[in-house]
Design a protein around this ligand. Structure first.
Ligand SMILES: Nc1nc2c(ncn2[C@@H]2O[C@H](COP(=O)(O)OP(=O)(O)OP(=O)(O)O)[C@@H](O)[C@H]2O)c(=O)[nH]1
Ligand SMILES: [Mg+2]
Length: 288
């Protein structure tokens, strides 16, 4: 059943200067490529709706038992022929708004940009194939985000400018090492090219779908716990529970911008943290 609600998903873009965060934002929200580099001062803001297929609770329970390769295959199918947006027994079609906070890569703006991390539900860690240091610094960016955020964000490490791979350009980061780093950090990896518009919509669909499915996980478990006080054994043993526990303090009500945007940035003020207390109840039910 398709929902009439259109959630807003705050997504932060972080990474060193000049890796392509603002260009990525412009490509996704305006469909253009900006060839010039103009460094971001503080935080910039843009948004766009994106249609996605979101698996329902039953389908999620089933896919929790799949291998990583099979999971990615299933996701690729969800991504395919996205224009035929019809809900089925397995998934619903939703059109969330992706609210992008494009954070400056220069460390002088860290105090400002980190305020915007707190309300986020998704994160893009961006580095460039032509900038070794931007790859090395990804661990720092990940640590900064983790320090500020209450919940685990759906996160993708993107290696931008990947169209230069194999073209004799000064490529300083190999695909396999970027993939290995993503694995170490426990996040998804995607090579992208903003210039060639490669993987851009897929990236945002992945973030949107993964977050919405996490919320469904949590809601489904919440219902189970509230109804019976104890989780079904099938759920507890399927890996479903572990995935849901990663949500921790995930807000059930999506954070919304509260006021007009502050100067000089065009971003809305950071939302306050929201806590549900759901996992306290979940843990209590499991102890019974
Ligand atoms: N070849 C190539 N160049 C790109 C690509 N994406 C972005 N660029 C270029 O990289 C440069 C820097 O891009 P920005 O998006 O401004 O960089 P940023 O990460 O926002 O930098 P800060 O605002 O300083 O944090 C620009 O000249 C872009 O045109 C790409 O996919 N391929
Ligand atoms: Mg920028």
């Amino acid at each position: 059943m398709a929902t009439d609600l259109h959630p807003t998903l705050i997504t932060i873009l972080v990474g060193n200067g000049s890796v392509g965060k603002s260009t990525l934002t412009a490509r996704f929200t305006k469909g253009i490529f900006i060839p010039e580099y103009k460094k971001t001062i503080g935080v910039d803001y843009a948004e766009r709706e994106i249609p996605v297929r979101v698996r329902n609770a039953r389908a999620l329970k089933r896919s929790a038992g799949l291998s990583q390769i099979d999971k990615e295959e299933e996701e690729a199918q969800l991504d395919a022929s996205i224009d035929e947006m019809e809900s089925t027994k397995t998934y619903d079609c939703e059109t969330p708004t992706m609210m992008l906070w494009d954070c400056a890569g220069q460390s002088e703006f860290d105090t400002t940009t980190q305020q915007y991390y707190k309300g986020a539900v998704a994160c893009i860690l961006a580095c460039s194939a032509t900038d070794r240091q931007s790859f090395i610094d990804i661990q720092n960016w990940n640590a900064k985000v983790k320090k500020q955020c209450v919940q685990d964000l759906v996160t993708v490490l993107v290696l931008n400018k990947s169209e230069l791979e194999g073209q004799g350009e000064a490529v300083e980061v190999r695909l396999d090492e970027a993939k290995a780093l993503a694995k170490t950090l426990g996040v998804r990896f995607m090579p992208i090219s903003v210039k060639n518009n490669t993987n851009i919509d897929s990236l945002f669909r992945y973030l949107a779908r993964s977050h919405l499915e996490k919320v469904r996980f949590a809601n489904s478990l919440q219902k189970s716990v509230m109804a019976g006080g104890k989780l079904p054994d099938a759920v507890a043993s399927s890996g479903f529970l572990q995935a849901a526990q990663e949500i921790k303090q995930q807000p059930f009500v999506e954070a919304q911008p509260q006021q007009a945007m502050p100067a000089p940035s065009n971003a809305p003020p950071p939302p306050s943290k929201q806590k549900t207390g759901f996992f306290a109840k979940l843990k209590a039910s499991m102890a019974n």
